[in-house]
Write a protein that binds this ligand. Structure first.
Ligand SMILES: CCCCCCCCCCCCCCCCCCCCCCC/C=C/C(=O)SCCNC(=O)CCNC(=O)[C@H](O)C(C)(C)COP(=O)(O)OP(=O)(O)OC[C@H]1O[C@@H](n2cnc3c(N)ncnc32)[C@H](O)[C@@H]1OP(=O)(O)O
Ligand SMILES: Cc1cc2nc3c(=O)[nH]c(=O)nc-3n(C[C@H](O)[C@H](O)[C@H](O)COP(=O)(O)OP(=O)(O)OC[C@H]3O[C@@H](n4cnc5c(N)ncnc54)[C@H](O)[C@@H]3O)c2cc1C
Length: 615
């Protein structure tokens, strides 16, 4: 759409007091990354076949999938070209990588997301060198997915019922779904697209269960794409979002695969059925750990999209004067609006930085694990669980806040905020449900509290537990360092309270697991335990309001610095030029209900009633 940029946005950009490009480079971790990102964005976003004539919302469930899969293979081809041309296409240091721009292309989810993001990475991390050489060929016929969750079990994966029984007479595993609740349910790409999968199943050898292991299974014929004998597979139907993700179900009826299809980097089953244990029994959960780490950056990116849309719209939208004799003000001038939006910008930066830090920690811990040192894994797991849980919960709440901050227009699909919300809120559940993950972190904290309570030596990271017990906490200071100290006190105080409740339940004769369950609300909630006073809270509040006023002139500059292209934002409200009302009218004209001046239903249903006595 051509035309002038909205006058208010022009003024906002003139007001900005910092160098927008410089911030973009910081976000991208360096100017050279920005340049590279823009080149790849240009290359991919200029492919005409990736753009729709008809908005996605007007397509049927089936058409949506077919449209998405067409685009997915164009994207895959481009990714392969870039890959073979030695262009580094993923860079987790930047939130705006090739994975992120796909949001715009699909306006939803790439049905090959799990193939690219989980199937390949799990093989790369958990298959032996020989298996990788065989399965990770660039021209492989396999389109795969990651098949773990079942109808009956998602969170509690030890309860998974699918079995893989070793048959030493044929050197094969027999994959089997013993009952309805054992049907695999949810995996992305499974419904129609995948012809292979990594399946999580309970390993049985000579009647002994060795727990969960991962197996590669072909499920559809590579040529005809028909399900193989013994495989029942299909799509699970419409969802709140993720409607192009092709989530599916899968059942095995004594389906045989070679023994060498078990992922054998960390654990092995030998030809005679000997089981060789892994160095750590949770290495099989490695893909979940990696995805949880990756998700933090993705959620930061979703926040930056929502903030960009809502801030630009709030600069363009005028509604009500502040003083009755004045013209109507930009809604961005209302302090309550600033409070809703600036916290979203800030949270995006927080999770971007934390996501990057976690990504580097993951790399470091993985390198240690390769050397046989598992010491850092529990801490990484505890951090990944907590950060995935709170980043997804914060992101979905803040995206919804941005949507509400756009009033009625935020409710339009054309604003793209409902889709960003549906995408973001799913992350609260998948890859480990929010509460379940918080409880994993709580378990870790309680362990160290017990050490502190028993006056045993603590690692440096937990020295603040000891400080809390010895009441060594400093007086509250209204400064960033003071706030961090305050948070430490809250964590220590909360952990102590949960631990005390747990101990009390145990003293009352409860078994540990039951006592844990009874303390679980305390284990997942935080309260105020610091030395903060009412005066401090008032001082912080007024400092916060001062900061809102300081940020106000830079709000548009701050979201421009995220540098998200209009094709990726896909929003009538958030485009760079701010021509909100023109875009809304243009999008409305695409509604099939505007094709005929008089819809035929008028003649069929309305007129016979309204004109009944007049005909
Ligand atoms: C050809 C060219 C191609 C080029 C390629 C180009 C690439 C292009 C771009 C690619 C970009 C990629 C980007 C990827 C981005 C990904 C984005 C993802 C989007 C995702 C879409 C949706 C996908 C969704 C998938 C799923 O949901 S999969 C299913 C996930 N399921 C879960 O998460 C289940 C949750 N439950 C659990 O994890 C476990 O049950 C539990 C941890 C809660 C409990 O486990 P368990 O019962 O076994 O354990 P206990 O509670 O008894 O604890 C025992 C001890 O074990 C420790 N523990 C547990 N887990 C771990 C772990 N993972 N690591 C280490 N330790 C662990 C506990 O702490 C206990 O310890 P303790 O005894 O000492 O206390
Ligand atoms: C969009 C989407 C995509 C997905 N993609 C995949 C995929 O590609 N592959 C795959 O294998 N799976 C996938 N999943 C499945 C996903 O991983 C599971 O839904 C998720 O792990 C949650 O498990 P659940 O559905 O069993 O929830 P449940 O565990 O049944 O949770 C229901 C409620 O019970 C509570 N609860 C459960 N256990 C406890 C406990 N121990 N303590 C306290 N509270 C508890 C939870 O907090 C929650 O409130 C996907 C899911 C979604 C929504």
């Amino acid at each position: 759409m051509g035309g002038r940029v909205n006058e208010d946005l022009i003024k906002e950009r003139r007001k900005c007091t910092f160098d927008i490009k410089e911030l973009t480079h910081i976000i991208d971790c360096g100017e050279e990354n920005t340049i590279k990102r823009k080149q790849i964005d240009n290359y991919i976003l200029n492919i005409k076949e990736l753009w729709d004539d008809v908005p996605e919302e007007y397509l049927s469930h089936k058409e949506r999938y077919e449209n998405a899969i067409k685009k997915a293979f164009i994207v895959l081809k481009v990714l392969r070209q870039l890959h073979t041309g030695n262009i580094q296409i993923t860079d987790h240091r930047t939130p705006t990588n090739v994975y992120s721009i796909q949001d715009g292309i699909f306006r939803n989810v790439n049905p090959l997301l799990i193939h690219i993001g989980l199937f390949w990475s799990t093989i790369a991390a958990q298959a032996s060198t020989e298996q990788q050489a065989e399965w990770l060929q660039p021209d492989s016929s396999m389109i795969g997915t990651y098949v773990q969750t079942e109808l009956g079990h998602g969170s509690f994966i030890r309860g998974i019922e699918t079995t893989a029984t070793y048959d030493s007479t044929t050197d094969e595993f027999i994959l089997h779904t013993p009952r309805l609740s054992a049907y695999k349910w949810w995996p992305g790409g499974l419904g129609n697209t995948a012809n292979a999968c990594l399946v999580m199943a309970q390993l049985y050898i000579n009647g002994t269960c060795h727990g969960l292991h991962i197996f590669l299974a072909q499920i559809r014929d590579f040529d005809t794409h028909k399900p193989l004998p013994g495989i029942k597979v299909g799509e699970i139907g419409p969802k709140m979002g993720f409607n192009t993700a092709d989530n599916g179900f899968l059942g095995f009826d004594n389906h045989r695969i070679p023994r060498t299809n078990m992922l054998m980097k960390n654990v092995q089953v030998l030809r005679d059925g000997t089981y060789v244990k892994p160095k750590h029994d949770k290495l099989t959960y490695g893909s979940m750990l990696l995805t949880r780490v990756t998700l933090i950056s993705d959620l930061a990116y979703q926040l930056s999209k929502a903030a960009t849309i809502a801030v630009r719209y709030s600069a363009v939208r005028r509604q009500s004067p502040i003083k009755s004799n004045e013209p109507e003000r930009q809604i961005l001038d209302f302090v309550s609006q600033q409070h809703k939006l600036f916290i979203t910008i800030a949270s995006s930066h927080v999770y971007r930085v934390v996501g990057l830090w976690m990504w580097n920690s993951h790399k470091r811990v993985t390198a240690d694990i390769h050397e046989g040192n598992m010491g850092q894994l529990p801490e990484l797991h505890a951090l990944a669980c907590c950060l995935k849980a709170i980043s997804s919960r914060d992101a979905s709440a803040l995206v919804e806040q941005c949507r509400l901050a756009c009033g009625g227009h935020g409710y339009m699909m054309a604003s793209n905020l409902p889709q960003i919300y549906a995408y973001t809120t799913a992350a609260v559940t998948y890859e480990g449900e929010y509460t379940v993950l918080l409880l994993q972190t709580a378990r870790y904290l309680v362990k160290f509290w017990r050490l502190a309570a028993e006056h045993k030596p603590l690692p440096q990271n937990f020295a603040y537990f000891e400080d809390y017990i010895k009441k060594n906490f400093e007086q509250w200071r209204n400064s960033p360092e003071g706030i961090i100290e305050g948070f430490k006190a809250i964590v220590a105080g909360k952990t102590k309270a949960a631990y005390d409740t747990l101990q009390c339940n145990l003293r009352n004769g409860r078994e540990f697991e039951e006592a844990w369950n009874m303390a679980s609300v305390q284990l997942t909630n935080a309260s105020e335990y610091s030395t903060i006073s009412r005066n401090d809270i008032e001082a912080l509040q007024s400092r916060y309001e001062e900061l809102l006023a300081l940020i106000r002139p830079n709000a548009v500059g701050l979201v421009d610095a995220f540098d998200i292209r209009d094709e990726v934002l896909c929003s009538t409200l958030g485009a760079y030029d701010g021509r909100v009302y023109e875009r809304m009218m243009e999008e409305a004209s695409k509604s099939p209900l505007n094709e005929d001046v008089v819809n035929e239903s008028f003649h069929k249903y309305i007129r016979p009633v309204t004109m009944k006595n007049k005909l």
